[in-house]
Design a protein around this ligand. Structure first.
Ligand SMILES: Cc1ncc(COP(=O)(O)O)c(C=O)c1O
Length: 488
C-alpha cells in the first residue's frame, strides 16, 4: 500500500537543497500583504471594505483598445474559422529561433518604443518566459555560481529569485540615497565594487533597471555614460532591464542603452545586453513574452540554446507578431497608454500631496515611490514594517515596503496605480485621505505619537459614497487559481 506523505517537513526533506531553500522569496514578509489581499480582496459591491491591491505593477489602463483589434484580425489566432487551417503548423515542435515574423515584429517594436532612434536586429532577439526567464538566462550565460552582479538600490524584489535562486549567482547592492533622488553615482558604483573585491567576490556585471522599478524615474544621459565607462574600465557586463521603456509618460525622455552605445563609440559591445518583455509596456504579462537582446554573438548563440527551457508558444508568437506589426494599433496604443498613465499618475500624486504625502518626482512606470519617512516611529526597518502592517491591515491597501526593494532608507513605499479602474483608485485615495485626516485630528497627547497612519472606520462610509460598478482587483500569487509566480 502507498502511504501519501502529507507532513510538509518530512516531505521536503526528500527534496533538493534548491527546492527547499527560500531563494524564491515567497516566505518573505512582503507576501503577507498579498495574503491579506487574497483573503479579503476588495470588490465594490461584494466586499467594499476589502484590501485594495496596490502591490501589483500591472498596466491595465488600455485593455479596451485590444478586443476590437482581435475581432477584426481573426487570422492572427488559430482559434477562429480563418486561422484554424494553420493549427497543425502551430501545434508541432517549433524552431527555437522563433518565428521570423515574431522576431521582426519584436525588433521593430523595440525600435518604435525608442522613437526609431535606434534599430534592433531580429537575429539578436532571443525568446524567454517573460523578463523573469530572460534574467535567469543571462545570469546563466554570464556568471558562474558565486559570481556577482552589482545592482543599484532600491531594486525589483524579484531579482533575487530571477538571478540568484537557481544559478547560485549573488547580487551586491550599489547603495543609492534619497539625498540625490537615488541617482546612481560613480562613487556608489566604486564603493560596491571595492566592497565585493574585499569580500573576494568576483563581480561579472552591473544590472540596471531603466526606467526604474520602484522609482518610476529614467536615467539621464550623464548617468548612462558613467555606467558605460564604469563597466568598460572594469571589463564587466552591463545588463539593462528596459521592460518599462514605453511607460514613460512625461519628460525627460527615456534613453536606452542602445542609444548610449551609439554615442559612446569606445564601448565594448560584447558587454551589453538588454532584457525586455511585453509585460509592462503592452500590459501582457500573461503571454510570457520575454526577450534577451545581446550585442555579444556568443551570448546570443548560448542564450538561444537555453531558450528551449522557456520558449514563447508558437500560438502566442503568431498573435503577438500580427499585433506588433500593425502600426495603427501600436501607434494608438502607445500614445493612449502614455496619456492615461500620465493622467492616473497626476490624479494619484495630487491626491497624496493634498494630505501632505510626498512622493519621488517620477515620469515613468506603473507606480509611485511614496515617502512616509516622517510617519515612522523611528528610522528603522522594524518601524517601516509596523507602519506597513497598519496600511495593509487597517487602511486596507496592499502597498510594498521599501525594505522589500532593498532600499537603504526606511520609510519609502511603492504604490501601484495602473492595475485598477478610476473608481477603485478614488476609493484608495479616500482611504489614505481619511486616515491622514484622522491622524491630524488626534488630540495633542496622542499626536505626540502621531507617527503611524491612524485608521478611521469612517473611511468605509466614504468608500460607499464613491463606489460604482467596476472590475475586481487582480489576485495575488499565493492562492489565486491563476497563480502568479512572483513579486511584480
Ligand atoms: C524590473 C522588472 N524586471 C522583470 C520583471 C518580470 O517581468 P515578466 O513578467 O516579464 O517576467 C518585473 C516585473 O514586475 C520587473 O518589474
Amino acid at each position: 500500500m502507498v502511504v501519501i506523505q502529507n507532513n510538509n517537513q518530512q516531505g521536503s526533506s526528500l527534496l533538493s537543497k534548491m527546492a527547499t531553500n527560500n531563494g524564491h522569496g515567497e516566505e518573505s514578509p512582503y507576501f503577507d500583504g498579498w495574503k491579506a489581499y487574497d483573503s479579503d480582496p476588495y470588490h465594490p459591491t461584494q466586499n467594499p471594505n476589502g484590501v485594495i491591491q496596490m502591490g501589483l505593477a500591472e498596466n491595465e489602463l488600455c485593455f479596451d483598445l485590444i478586443p476590437e483589434w482581435v475581432v477584426n484580425n481573426p487570422k492572427a489566432s488559430i482559434c477562429t474559422a480563418e486561422g484554424a487551417k494553420d493549427f497543425k503548423d502551430i501545434a508541432i515542435y517549433q524552431d527555437y529561433h522563433g518565428l521570423p515574423e515574431f522576431r521582426n515584429a519584436v525588433a521593430k517594436f523595440m525600435g518604435k518604443v525608442r522613437g526609431d532612434r535606434v534599430r534592433f536586429e531580429p537575429d539578436r532577439v532571443v525568446m524567454s518566459g517573460g523578463a523573469t526567464g530572460a534574467h535567469e538566462m543571462l545570469a546563466f550565460c554570464l556568471a558562474d555560481p558565486g559570481d556577482a552582479f552589482l545592482v543599484p538600490t532600491p531594486y525589483y524584489p524579484g531579482f533575487g529569485r530571477d538571478l540568484k535562486w537557481r544559478t547560485g549567482v549573488q547580487l551586491v547592492p550599489v547603495v543609492c540615497k534619497s539625498s540625490n533622488n537615488f541617482k546612481v553615482t560613480r562613487a556608489a558604483l566604486e564603493t560596491a565594487l571595492e566592497g565585493a573585491k574585499e569580500a573576494n567576490i568576483n563581480v561579472k556585471g552591473l544590472l540596471i533597471t531603466n526606467p526604474s522599478n520602484p522609482l518610476g524615474t529614467v536615467l539621464d544621459r550623464d548617468t548612462m555614460r558613467t555606467l558605460v565607462s564604469f563597466i568598460n574600465e572594469n571589463n564587466i557586463h552591463l545588463v539593462c532591464d528596459e521592460i518599462y521603456s514605453a511607460t514613460v509618460f512625461n519628460q525627460p525622455d527615456f534613453i536606452s542603452i542602445a542609444e548610449t552605445i551609439e554615442e559612446e563609440k569606445q564601448c565594448n559591445r560584447d558587454l551589453i545586453h538588454i532584457v525586455y518583455s511585453l509585460s509592462k509596456d503592452m500590459g501582457f504579462p500573461g503571454f510570457r513574452v520575454g526577450i534577451v537582446y545581446s550585442y555579444n554573438d556568443a551570448v546570443v548563440s548560448c542564450a538561444r540554446k537555453m531558450s528551449s527551457f522557456g520558449l514563447v508558444s508558437t500560438q502566442t508568437q503568431r498573435l503577438i507578431a500580427s499585433m506588433l506589426l500593425d502600426d495603427n494599433l501600436i501607434q494608438k496604443f502607445m500614445s493612449e497608454s502614455a496619456k492615461r498613465l500620465a493622467k492616473r499618475h497626476e490624479l494619484f500624486t495630487k491626491g497624496l500631496a493634498e494630505v501632505g504625502i510626498d512622493s519621488l518626482k517620477s515620469n515613468a512606470g506603473l507606480f509611485i515611490w511614496m515617502d512616509l519617512r516622517r510617519m515612522l516611529k523611528d528610522p528603522t526597518e522594524e518601524a517601516e514594517m509596523a507602519l506597513w502592517r497598519k496600511i495593509v491591515h487597517e487602511v486596507k491597501l496592499n502597498v510594498s515596503p521599501g525594505s522589500s526593494f532593498h532600499c537603504s532608507e526606511p520609510g519609502w513605499f511603492r504604490v501601484c496605480f495602473a492595475n485598477m479602474d478610476d473608481d477603485t483608485m478614488r476609493v484608495a485615495l479616500s482611504r489614505i485621505t481619511n486616515s491622514m485626516l484622522q491622524t491630524k485630528q488626534e488630540p495633542p497627547r496622542r499626536q505626540c505619537r502621531r507617527n503611524n497612519l491612524q485608521v478611521s472606520l469612517s473611511f468605509r462610509r466614504l468608500d460607499e459614497i464613491v463606489m460604482a460598478p467596476h472590475m475586481i482587483s487582480p489576485h495575488s500569487p499565493i492562492s489565486s487559481p491563476l497563480v502568479r509566480v512572483g513579486h511584480k
